[in-house]
Design a protein around this ligand. Structure first.
Ligand SMILES: [Zn+2]
Length: 150
């Protein structure tokens, strides 16, 4: 036997008002879009100089002028200076001759990435650059022959 639902409970479900509230909110949103929204052409930009420059910062590593809002992400494109003589970087840094020479003065590379190798032209350039400075260039890649993890 199925019990009937009390009338008061049915009345409460019908009168919860949620669907009516959602309809009113949607209608108000449409009204605001129609009456209050602005197009860029509707704004008075005459007080803003046409040559108004966005804020920029100079990168201390590469000396490029970088938009201030992009500065933090720009720094991730460079190798990280751990100590004044020690840097950690990725393949893109190993492929960047300026990063390895004039910006950081790298004389030794310890490559721990098995899938990455130094390009021959970069290796040659680093050797020549460092020879002219009276220091050598050493490239080590131990993972080619050494297995660190059993
Ligand atoms: Zn930079």
């Amino acid at each position: 036997m199925i019990r009937s639902i009390p009338r008061t409970l049915l009345a409460n479900r019908r009168d919860s008002g949620m669907s009516e509230l959602l309809q009113r909110v949607a209608a108000e949103g449409r009204r605001k879009d129609r009456e209050e929204s602005k197009e860029i052409e509707d704004l008075d930009l005459s007080q803003i100089p046409s040559d108004c420059a966005r804020s920029r910062r100079q990168c201390p590593r590469c000396e490029q002028e970088v938009l201030s809002e992009h500065f933090e992400s720009h720094l991730t494109s460079h190798s990280s200076e751990i100590l004044p003589w020690l840097y950690v970087g990725g393949k893109r840094n190993l492929d960047n001759d300026k990063e390895l020479t004039v910006r950081t003065g790298i004389t030794h590379v310890l490559n721990l990435a098995q899938e990455v190798n130094i390009r021959q032209d970069i290796s040659k350039l680093l050797t020549e650059y460092n020879t002219q400075r009276g220091v050598g260039f050493v490239y080590k890649k131990p993972l080619g022959q050494t297995r660190l993890f059993p």
